[in-house]
Design a protein around this ligand. Structure first.
Ligand SMILES: Nc1nc2c(ncn2[C@@H]2O[C@H](COP(=O)(O)OP(=O)(O)OP(=O)(O)O)[C@@H](O)[C@H]2O)c(=O)[nH]1
Ligand SMILES: [Mg+2]
Length: 683
């Protein structure tokens, strides 16, 4: 069993398509964890195994894949690069000590590279960069390096140089050892590269020397540092974030992979290197515990997957202590005991049973009953808590409609299971429109959720833009009378009311009151009038949207001793209310959202003019680091697709939050259009 000093948990981060999954596959192959090298384009890789991933040739879920190299257990955590699946990236980063940032040698630094770099900075993750796809046309290591240094600083220093590029990419030169790893095993460093190697090596050695007093003294005295000393300085620099080594390779050709694994082992931190683990006790104190197998258990759940057949699969990372198959643990988040069945290591869809998992390691267990993503598993004696991953809030909304009655029956429980698996997915029922609304991070996220509903639970759905919950109200006080009278032989019907309608402040809803004097409407009929008013308020007179912010007061009327009844007064109440609405200069109200957009400064102008076109009222703007925050109020109808609009305006660099603020009158020229389309919708 590997102790945690012999472990590395490394999350792969990049712009979509830079080659994380291919590198993961190449690493598995190089370490002999697999015997056949899969390809993303053929849907045969270990970590992209879900049908939705295979179909699109992209990663959608994170995949922890363990492998062994030089006596060290490495858990690579492959994550998706596509923005819609940011939740998976957050979860993967939560349980890693270090990151491998992948940059494509042809495309260079992309928007997604900058985004993930920002997250890695925030999380203070020590990291390596690999310039991948060195074999591709247009691949250029030095151009890419310049971009990397321009974006992320001069602390990004090559640890290796490539030999050749594109079709001629043959191998790499290890700068510390001054050694060539060529496809031709006997080959030395090409003569033409000697000077380059010297100069890049010098920069690396200088940076490494600066990390420790004894090294810098030796260096300044002109003594050569040994490779071990350079390595020690480098590791210190990487841990403190002062150095980020840059590597080169090709996942597809399998070049540079063993050197990459070597760098992970030599320079990236083990759980031990990160020092004591901070846990929170039930009374809120922070305690420190050693990341070793003998301590009490503390493990955080970072992913849950829903499988219709196997049931729930819970992935967790152990921070201290050990967890055993067929045992009991305490879910400190929920305050409940969990029975642990067979523990396993995951490698894509493969599951390898194990008897225990120790501090530092990552594994999974099936069929836990109460545990959800973010929970901490510990012991009853020490019910410690670890911080949960902080998932991005779902911001993009689509209404979800079952295709058939059978689909409707299964939809609720299936959605619940999927939301359990994906913390960036939320299901809400909009009481105003009656629609079930699916909230997520973007279009692709929700489309794929719909596909999973069908594949995993056999539920077919259609997604559409959610309806806007318009409402209706009046703008002036009015009085309205209605007499309901029918004399059709036998028992007649008679109810007669006078209502006064007044507009109320926004958000008041519909109110009913009475000030009948002299029993003109007998007390026992008043509840019927009230009922009629409330029923009539469900559909207004403009476009049959619900009525709000109106007070109806019954102040007069008359009755008939024989013909009056509850139903007659109810009809009279409803009709008088409708009449009042029509006479009270009715208006449409629309929901206004409070929008907060956070964009790099350069995009401010574009955002403002887009908001302008969306009838927004900008309420404030202030800088926040390199970003500008813009706060505005904007009609909901204009921002149903804001996740997509903002992404295209900023190429994905902008973020936003949005919440309901209040209702406001729809400007007259727009009200007409809304009424017309409502008419069409209902016919
Ligand atoms: N020529 C070349 N192509 C590569 C290399 N690595 C990956 N690719 C190709 O690039 C495409 C994307 O590779 P992936 O491994 O799926 O990239 P990824 O970063 O996992 O992508 P996402 O999961 O969508 O973020 C695939 O077509 C790969 O075959 C490489 O070293 N050389
Ligand atoms: Mg991938």
């Amino acid at each position: 069993m590997t102790g945690s000093e012999g472990m590395r948990n490394v999350v792969l981060l990049s712009h979509s398509g830079a080659g994380k999954t291919s590198l993961t596959e190449a690493a598995l192959f190089a370490t002999k964890a697999i015997t056949r090298l899969g390809r993303v384009d053929e849907g045969t890789t270990t970590s992209d195994y879900e049908p939705e991933e295979i179909k699109r040739h992209i990663s959608i879920s994170l995949s922890p894949v363990p492998c062994h190299w030089q006596g060290t257990k490495i858990n690579l955590i492959d994550t998706p690069g596509y923005l819609d699946f940011l939740g998976e990236v957050v979860a993967g980063m939560r349980v890693a000590e270090a990151a491998l940032v992948v940059v494509c040698a042809a495309s260079g630094v992309e928007v997604g590279t900058e985004l993930v770099w920002g997250y890695a900075e925030e999380a203070k993750l020590p990291r390596l960069i690999i310039v991948n796809k060195m074999d591709r046309e247009n691949a250029d290591f030095f151009r890419t390096l310049e971009q990397i240094q321009a974006s992320f600083g001069k602390r990004c220093l090559p640890l290796q140089l490539p030999i050749g590029a594109q079709d001629n990419f043959r191998g790499i030169i290890d700068l510390i050892q001054r050694q060539a790893h060529d496809s031709d095993p006997g080959a030395a460093i090409p003569q033409s590269m000697e000077d380059q190697v010297d100069s890049f090596r010098e920069r690396l050695v200088e940076a490494a020397a600066e990390q420790a007093d004894d090294l810098v003294t030796k260096y300044l005295e002109g003594e050569a540092l040994s490779p071990e000393e350079i390595g020690r300085g480098l590791k210190l620099g990487i841990l403190s974030g002062k150095i980020v080594p840059v590597l080169a390779g090709s996942a597809l050709k399998g070049i540079g992979i063993s050197q990459l694994l070597g760098a992970v082992v030599d320079y990236l931190p083990s759980p031990q290197d990160m020092g004591a683990v901070k846990v929170v006790t039930p009374d809120g104190r922070v305690e420190e515990v050693k990341p070793s197998p003998g301590e009490p258990l503390a493990a955080v759940v970072f992913k849950t997957s829903a499988d219709p057949y196997v049931g729930k699969l819970t992935c967790f990372r152990v921070y201290s202590g050990s967890i055993y198959s067929n045992s009991q643990v305490f879910n400190a988040t929920r305050g409940q005991v969990e029975r642990i069945g067979q523990l396993m290591l995951l490698r894509g869809k493969m599951q390898e049973p194990v008897s225990e998992l120790v501090a530092g390691d990552i594994g999974a267990v099936a069929k836990l009953s109460v545990t959800a993503t973010g929970d901490t598993l510990s012991s009853k004696e020490r019910p410690w808590l670890l911080p949960a991953p902080r998932f991005p809030p779902p911001i993009y909304r689509k209404a979800i409609h079952p295709k058939t009655k059978a689909d409707l029956d299964k939809l609720g429980s299936a959605l619940l299971r999927l939301a359990e698996e994906d913390p960036t997915l939320q299901v809400v029922r909009d009481p105003d429109t009656g629609e079930t609304v699916l909230c997520g991070l973007g279009d692709a996220h929700l489309e794929i959720t719909a596909e999973k509903l069908q594949r995993k639970f056999g539920v077919e759905v259609i997604l559409s833009l959610p309806k806007v919950a318009y409402k209706e109200t009046i703008s002036v006080p009015v009085k309205a009378e209605y007499k309901h009278k029918k004399q059709t032989g036998g028992h007649g019907q008679y109810g007669h009311v006078f209502l006064e309608l007044e507009p109320l402040p926004r958000g008041s809803g519909v109110e009913f009151g009475e000030r009948i004097v002299g029993g003109t409407v007998p007390k026992n009929y008043i509840p019927a009038v009230e009922k009629g008013v409330y029923e009539a308020a469900q559909e207004g007179v403009l476009a049959r949207y619900p009525v709000t912010d109106v007070r109806a007061t019954l102040y007069d009327g008359s009755y008939h001793v024989v013909d009056s009844s509850d139903i007659s007064f109810k009809i009279a109440g409803a009709q008088a209310f409708k009449k009042g609405l029509s006479q009270g200069q009715p208006v449409l109200l629309e929901p206004i959202m409070k929008l907060k957009v956070i964009v790099p400064e350069g995009f401010t102008g574009d955002i403002m003019s887009d908001l302008n076109a969306k009838q927004a009222r900008v309420q404030g703007m202030y800088p926040e680091g390199a970003f500008n925050v813009i706060e505005a109020e904007v009609p909901m109808a204009e921002v149903l697709n804001y996740a997509i609009d903002l992404r295209s305006l900023t190429q994905g660099r902008g973020r936003y939050t949005m919440e309901f603020s209040h209702y406001e009158e729809v400007p007259a020229h727009l009200a007409q259009r809304i009424m017309e389309s409502r008419e069409k919708e209902r016919s």
